[in-house]
Design a protein around this ligand. Structure first.
Ligand SMILES: [Zn+2]
Length: 64
């Protein structure tokens, strides 16, 4: 079972429950990981920054 590199919590992920491209998060610290492969299970940490587009971000805070 992979361990979270941030807090070393064992990530309770069943490879049967996830698919490539799924995003799972560490229950301890909230760090998110993308499933890049399931056999064997491989995770890639999702960076908060660096998205191509941030249209989802609420950034209209001109009102004060
Ligand atoms: Zn963690």
């Amino acid at each position: 079972m992979p361990a979270c590199p941030e807090c070393e919590n064992a990530l309770d992920i069943d490879a049967d429950d996830v698919e490539e491209g799924d995003v799972v998060s560490c229950e301890e610290c909230g760090t998110e990981f993308e499933v890049v492969a399931t056999e064997p299970l491989q995770l890639s940490q999702v960076e908060d920054e660096g998205y191509d587009d941030e249209d989802d971000e609420v950034r209209d805070e001109e009102e004060e």
